[in-house]
Design a protein around this ligand. Structure first.
Ligand code: AMP
Ligand code: ZN
Length: 477
């Protein structure tokens, strides 16, 4: 476990607070996943990447994380999109779920321990509605749908700091999304209409044939999974983008706590938006880019990760090509530095200035990340270190083993920002090794002309070699 505890901003209290899991070292983490009506855009992935960093940092700090992510494969949007495509719900969403996993892997996001597609949790959702009806916090409306009665849940509005005076008793809203200005009884279960039936989005239930509301899904799935894994009814961390605070997370709390009588999540963590020229990236605004667009443009996932981590998760990021190119340059620098360390001598004892810098880097990055996941500060510290360490290497300092270790820990394992190795790199490497061996052979037999020719050949490929007491080192410049 790291020395200072990890503190995170908690939307519930609007304060940065130490994370206090129910049963450490276990941390249960639920992150609202993609709605698979279409390809996820990189705005969605900004949220998933901040959650990836949170997950990795928790693990690096010694926590045993149990990460659940849902896949919204039935809601207003998926049904509408399936209808427009003339497909069944499952035929429409399945390819987008597959694409989401591909994009996740491209961006090197660690897979959750469980993915919960909403359509696979109907019995749990029906149980939850039944419980809420029994407890008198839900009622069947005259339209055949079941609603949550927000005035029967006294703490309704706490997460989103809703002005209670605005609550209009009896007003109802059936759609999944609505504004904070219209807090109303929301649909838990929507009576099936012809469109739902046409796409296969209708299930039988004691309170009528229908389909779940979007908010109900996350409550039912998260409660079901944490009961299964850990025998609890309270999540340690619930995360998502800030647009989910109201109504989605407010309603998740109402449904879950209304049914269990226990706190639903101890820590609520929300990430800011990815914007394009100040406007939220979204399908609706048409200003979006998908992960596959970037991949097709040959953008290295490491650059995307670095770009996003250069801004604190609670600050908006503006996406543009220049920022992405600059991040690509950063990734190149850090990778060159690693190459240099690998070529440097590891023989000297680790009492050097470089070793001392490395230990300081570990302490500074730990402090930054423990302070509300301050990735931009961690990244800035890392690049300061690269500059200082390069100076030490110029002066022949040892201690590169210590530097490599800290780089592996933070730049590889936590931030994961080293360039993606290209397939051809391996072939190139074997070729270089063979050339170096041939040159050494030539030198041994005093055929210096042949040795020089090989060196010249290597140079045309951008490879510099250096003969050191411990052997010939090479690097790509
Ligand atoms: P959705 O697929 O719409 O259910 O959204 C998936 C996740 O992406 C949610 O956590 C949203 O809060 C988040 N999200 C949506 N748009 C953006 C954006 N422009 N920037 C950051 N996160 C976003
Ligand atoms: Zn959710």
């Amino acid at each position: 476990m790291s020395a200072a505890p990890l503190s995170l901003f908690n939307t519930l209290t609007r304060r940065v607070e130490p994370l206090v899991p129910l049963a450490p070292p276990r941390v249960t983490l639920y992150t609202c996943g993609p709605t698979v009506w279409n390809f996820a855009h990189i705005g969605n992935f900004r949220t998933f990447l901040f959650e990836d960093l949170l997950r990795r940092w928790l693990e690096q700090s010694g926590y045993d994380v149990f990460h659940i992510m849902n896949l919204t494969d039935v809601d207003d949007r998926t049904i509408k999109a399936a209808r427009q495509a003339g497909k069944s719900l499952v035929d429409h969403t399945a390819p987008f779920t597959k694409a989401f996993f591909e994009d996740r892997d491209y961006l090197r996001i660690k897979p959750a321990h469980v993915y919960t597609p909403a359509t696979a949790y109907m019995p749990q959702m029906i149980d939850l509605v039944t419980k809420l009806l029994e407890r008198g916090v839900a009622y069947e409306g005259d339209d055949g749908s079941v609603y949550f009665a927000i005035n029967r849940f006294p703490t309704y509005g706490r997460l989103s700091q809703l002005d209670k005076r605005e609550i209009k008793v009896g007003a109802r809203v059936a759609s999944d999304e609505y504004a904070k200005g219209d807090p109303s009884d929301f649909a838990l279960w929507k009576k099936a209409d012809a469109e739902d039936e046409a796409v296969g989005a209708a299930w039988d239930a004691p309170f009528g044939r229908g389909r779940p509301g979007w908010h109900l899904e996350c409550s039912a799935m998260s409660l079901s999974e944490i009961a299964k894994c850990c025998g609890v009814q309270t999540l340690d961390i619930h995360a998502g983008g800030i647009d989910l605070i109201f109504p989605h997370h407010e309603n998740e709390i109402a449904q879950s706590e209304g049914a269990t009588g226990q706190q639903f999540a101890r820590h609520w963590v929300h990430g800011e938006f990815l914007n394009v020229r100040g406007t939220k990236m979204s399908k609706r605004h048409g200003n979006f880019l998908t992960a596959r667009d970037l991949r097709e443009q040959g953008v290295d996932a490491a650059a995307v990760r670095l770009l996003f981590f250069q801004t604190h998760y609670r600050q908006p990021v503006d996406f543009n090509d220049d920022a992405l190119a600059a991040a690509g340059e950063g990734v190149r620098r850090i990778s060159e530095f690693r190459n240099r360390l690998e070529q440097a001598s590891h023989a000297k004892p680790d009492q050097s200035a470089l070793a001392e810098l490395s230990r300081q880097l570990r302490a500074d990055m730990t402090e930054a990340l423990n302070n509300d996941l301050n990735a931009p500060q961690a990244v800035a510290t890392l690049f300061d270190f690269v500059r200082a360490a390069n100076r030490e290497l110029d002066q022949g300092s040892g201690g590169s083993a210590e530097a490599l270790a800290v780089l592996t820990e933070f730049a590889a394992r936590v931030l994961d920002i080293f360039p993606t190795p290209r397939k051809s790199d391996q072939a190139l490497e074997s070729w270089i090794e063979a050339q170096v061996a041939a040159r050494n052979q030539a030198r041994k037999s005093k055929d210096f002309k042949a040795a020089d020719a090989i060196r010249a050949e290597l140079r045309t490929k951008g490879v510099e070699i250096e003969d050191t007491p411990t052997g010939t080192k090479w690097r790509v410049v």
